[in-house]
Every structure is written in C-alpha cells, then in structure tokens.
Design a protein around this ligand. Structure first.
Ligand code: FAD
Length: 320
C-alpha cells in the first residue's frame, strides 16, 4: 500500500499547497510505506526530481492528449483510473480549487466520501480534524471509508521543504473518452502584472476607514515601496472603491503573506479567515477595541490618514 498525493500545478508550476498536502501525507504514512504522487498533464517529467527531494518515492506521470491543460472531468477520471491501478491506502490532495474539483470528480466516480479542508488525520482511528465555517472553527469527525479521500486546508500546515531524496518516475496512460474534454481551460487572462494577492509577500489592505477610492493612493504607494500589493475588505468592494479581485476574505482571496497590514479594517470573521494565515499581521485603527487590533501581532492606534503618510515618508527617508 501507499499514500498517494495529487500534485496541483498550473502548466507545470506546482502550487505551495501541494507541498502542504505532502506534509499531511507524511504525517499519516505508515513505517516503510511509500509516498507517491500523481502528476497529471503532458511534459512534466522534469518535476519528478523536485518531488523526490520532498520525500516522494514514486511519481506517476499521468499523460494523455486530453490532459495537456486543466479539465476537472478528465483529471478526475484519470486520477480514478490511477487509484484503481496503483491501489493506495489513502489519497490526499491540496484543498485548492483544482484539488477539490478533481477529488470531487474522482470520489463521485468511486462512490466514496471525500473530506475537505482537513488539517489532521489519525489513520488508525479514522478520525480527522478539519476547518469549518470559513476557518472559524475546527470540527472533529470520523471518516468511515475503505479508501479515505482527503483535501488539505490551504496554509494550515507548513509546506515540505526541498531536500536531497530521489523519486522514480513511471508513466500511466489512462483510457479517456473525448467527451471528458468538454470542460477544459483554453485561455488565461492575467488580471494584474507581477505579484498577485495570493502570492505577494506583503499585502497592504484597506477597509471602510480609508474613506473612498482616492484614499487608496497612499496604500498603493506603501505597497509599492514594500514590494507588495493592495488588498481590501468587502465594504470597499461593495462601495465600488476597489475591484472584487482585491477583496480579502471568505468571499474573496485567502492570503498568506509575510506581512499583512490591515488599515481601517475592523476584523470581522469573514475578513479574518482570509488573512489569518499571514505570518505577521499589523492593524492600523483608531479603535483600540477593534477585533483586528486584538488579534494582530502589532497594532498602531491612530488615524490611518496620518499614520500611513508618515510610514511612507520614513521609508523614503531611509531609502535616501
Ligand atoms: P467596518 O467593519 O465598518 O470597519 C471599519 C474600521 O475602520 C473600524 O474598525 C474603524 O475603527 C476603522 N477606522 C475608521 N476610520 C479610521 C481611520 N481614519 N483610521 C484608522 N481606522 C479607522 N468582508 C470581507 O472583508 N471579506 C469577505 O470576503 C467577506 N465576506 C462576507 C461574506 C458574508 C456571507 C457576509 C455576511 C459578510 C462578509 N464580509 C466580508 C463582510 C464582513 O462581515 C464585514 O462587514 C466587513 O469585513 C467589514 O469591512 P471593514 O472592516 O472595512 O468595515
């Protein structure tokens, strides 16, 4: 038996959530049991070395012309066939949009349950812990299944770092009907050049306290000085001050930067679940009782219209 992890990638760029899923997989693997990976798509053999360095001993290269770009039905069917062929004891995927979609497709085909948003799994007992209600509570549950399917909550676990191991890459050719290609990525539109909300190391985020779209100019300037991007709360997008693509939270983007600056944001739970994975959170707020202030690692109690220009001026002074 083995533990099989689905690799989430966009045309060969592996997501960090895949390495987080490997972390969970390593915690459930039995002694002497191999950790295997399913790499779906064409021309991906070069990724096997990276996965080997992260503890994967066997990489299944799942290839077919239909799989040259992402399509949930074809990927789900291909993974289902690989699972039948390779016989793992547990199948784990990152809880990204793609990971959840492919696992749901596979679970439906296998007529077995899928547990999503998992952060811990006790394989012997079948007990698991997962994030529920937008990450605001942890649920303990029992998964009764002869073949457990799990997806891992994004940014809840550390990613497995690269190391020196090696993996064996073997090809697997599924039998795929052309009809499975009816849902498939055919184009990509880049909304913004450079760093995105999801990947930027710094997010300077504004809420109602910013006061209007023009108030974001100083946040833009600070984000640019720090090599980051601007985010915002739902009040801001509802008011039309920023596009929805900038929204952080339950119904926006979930971010995990090194620094998240919440400027004039109260810290409602729906916003908090989108930024709580940040390594450091700084709140700038006039209200010392705001939830964001009590949850943040650092807080400045003051008017953001005074604090932010002062921070920008100081950074510029230090940069000469
Ligand atoms: P407010 O709650 O009004 O807070 C404004 C803050 O600014 C206050 O703390 C105030 O003290 C401070 N402030 C005011 N003036 C200044 C100043 N000059 N200087 C410094 N501080 C100042 N919200 C999201 O953000 N993302 C989501 O994805 C999201 N999804 C939701 C989904 C559902 C189903 C629901 C019901 C709600 C959702 N919300 C979401 C909305 C959420 O509940 C809050 O209403 C919203 O996050 C509040 O935005 P805010 O903090 O900007 O505004």
């Amino acid at each position: 038996m083995s533990v099989l992890v689905l690799v989430d990638h966009d045309r060969g760029t592996v997501t960090v959530e895949t390495y987080e899923a490997l972390n969970l997989a390593r915690s459930v693997i039995a002694e002497g049991e191999p950790l295997e990976a399913a790499l779906i798509g064409t021309g991906l053999r070069g990724l096997a070395a990276d996965l080997g360095g992260r503890g994967v001993s066997k990489v299944h290269l799942v290839d077919d012309p239909i799989l040259d770009d992402y399509g949930p039905e074809a990927w789900g069917e291909a993974l289902a066939q690989l699972v039948v062929s390779s016989g793992p004891a547990v199948v784990i995927a990152p809880g990204t949009d793609r990971g959840n979609e492919v696992m749901a497709q596979m679970a439906a085909r296998a007529e077995l349950p899928l547990a999503v948003n998992v952060v811990a799994y006790d394989r012997a007992a079948g007990n698991l812990t997962r994030l529920r209600w937008g990450g605001s509570l942890l649920e303990n549950a029992v998964l009764n299944s002869p073949l457990p399917f799990l997806t891992v909550a994004p940014h809840a676990l550390d990613p497995v770092e690269p190391g020196s191991g090696e993996s064996e890459a073997i090809e697997f050719s599924p039998l795929l009907d052309a009809g499975l290609a009816r849902t498939k990525v055919v184009d990509r539109v880049t909304l913004s050049a450079g760093a995105t909300l999801a990947t930027a190391p710094v997010v300077v985020s504004g809420g109602r306290g910013v006061g209007g779209s023009e108030g974001f100019a100083v946040l833009e300037e600070l984000a640019s000085l720090l090599g980051g991007v601007v985010g915002c709360s739902r009040v801001v997008t509802n008011n039309g001050w920023r596009p929805h693509a900038d929204q952080v939270g339950q119904t926006g983007t979930r971010v995990a930067p090194t620094l998240y600056m919440a400027c004039g944001i109260s810290g409602a739970i729906q916003h908090w679940v989108g930024c709580m994975a940040a390594k450091n959170i700084m709140a700038i707020n006039i209200d010392p009782e705001a939830p964001m202030v009590s949850k943040a690692d650092y807080a400045v109690i003051g008017d953001l219209h005074e604090v932010l220009p002062a921070v920008v001026a100081e950074i510029k002074r230090r940069q000469g």
